[in-house]
Write a protein that binds this ligand. Structure first.
Ligand SMILES: [Zn+2]
Length: 95
């Protein structure tokens, strides 16, 4: 399962995305993704994120599909994404 993160104001590119965890060599094709999702954590590192955090992010994404308050949901997604990414990085570093 691949995951990618939202970063405000970034442009879609056709380049490869690297896993957000330092020294991880996993990449994914950026052009498969929605334009706003420019950060990504590979499946191996995504599994290091606590399940509860992953569940919140999944729920927010589902809510966004049918919500009118896109801005607020994007803001919340971005916040939880940062926490997920940090958790993956810290677990990968053995903290
Ligand atoms: Zn990785």
């Amino acid at each position: 399962m691949n995951q990618c993160g939202f970063v405000e104001g970034c442009q879609r590119t056709d380049q490869h995305l690297h896993c957000a965890v330092p020294f991880c060599n996993h990449t994914t094709k950026a052009d498969r993704k929605m334009g706003v999702w420019v950060e990504w954590v590979c499946g191996k590192h995504w599994r290091m994120v606590p399940r509860q955090m992953r569940r919140i992010l999944t729920r927010l994404r589902k809510m966004q599909a049918r919500s009118r308050d896109q801005f607020e949901l994007q803001r919340r997604q971005q916040r939880i994404w940062r926490r997920c990414r940090r958790a993956a990085v810290e677990r990968a570093a053995g903290l």
